[in-house]
Design a protein around this ligand. Sequence first.
Ligand SMILES: [Zn+2]
Ligand SMILES: [Zn+2]
Length: 281
Amino acid sequence: MIQSDNHVHTSFSSDSSTPPEDMLGRAKALGLSSICFTDHIDYGFPAEKYGNSFLFSMDEYFQKLEGLAAQNPDLNIRIGVELGLKNDILPAARSLTGNYDFDFVIGSTHLVDNIDPYYNEYWEGHGESGGIKHYYEATYENIRQGFDFDVYGHIDYVIRYCPAIKAAGTDSKILESHYAKMLKENREILDEILLALIESGKGIEANTGGFKYMLGHPNPHEDILRRYRSLGGELLSLGSDAHESKHLAYSFTKMPALLKGCGFTHYTEFHKRKPVQVPLA
Ligand SMILES: [Zn+2]
Ligand SMILES: [Zn+2]
């Protein structure tokens, strides 16, 4: 039984209205021993275009979560952030992680060329294969830039919004054929991403949001998790990416067997930016 969710959003994130207290109530009801909040900071997000800034006051965030940690000694409450990485925000990102005492920093690609693949505009410009490849190229460039983070978030996030995958709905045969094509076409760049992460001592996450999006797989897909492990990667955090309390620890019951099947014996929690390996029960 996995007792720790390490990718959780609250109303500090522009795309969630869930108070942190609701997440804590749900965490206790589920019997979790720890929860790491990772609200969104996306510097340079085109707020005028998309209507959300994906920014919040970090002082208020720490004040709130430290207060809740003091009031809830029965739960290990950790303070993290999910930092949207892109090529022109390195100084702001460095200053954030240098100035605040985070437990955990997830680096994620949410924007490519300032476009969110959530929107059709991205796919109209690149097509399916081109859009997926371009997303991975942007991820690789982010890793090479030397951002300060602990794990790379949802490496194949772009799949969630690929029009062909969305059109497949829950048809697993069509979904699997798109996955197979994506993995085959991007094998080299995915290897470069995983090797660059391993060489810089950084991990990846298994994000169970993929199950919520009806993909039938975590983000990233098992093949990518397995490849990271076989290349020597050992740091693997586990999170639901919940934006509502009902999605906390979503599909976690599937994960011990799934991760063992990918060659992992442990998953990783971060405390004050230090990895702690926890055996997969
Ligand atoms: Zn994300
Ligand atoms: Zn997230």
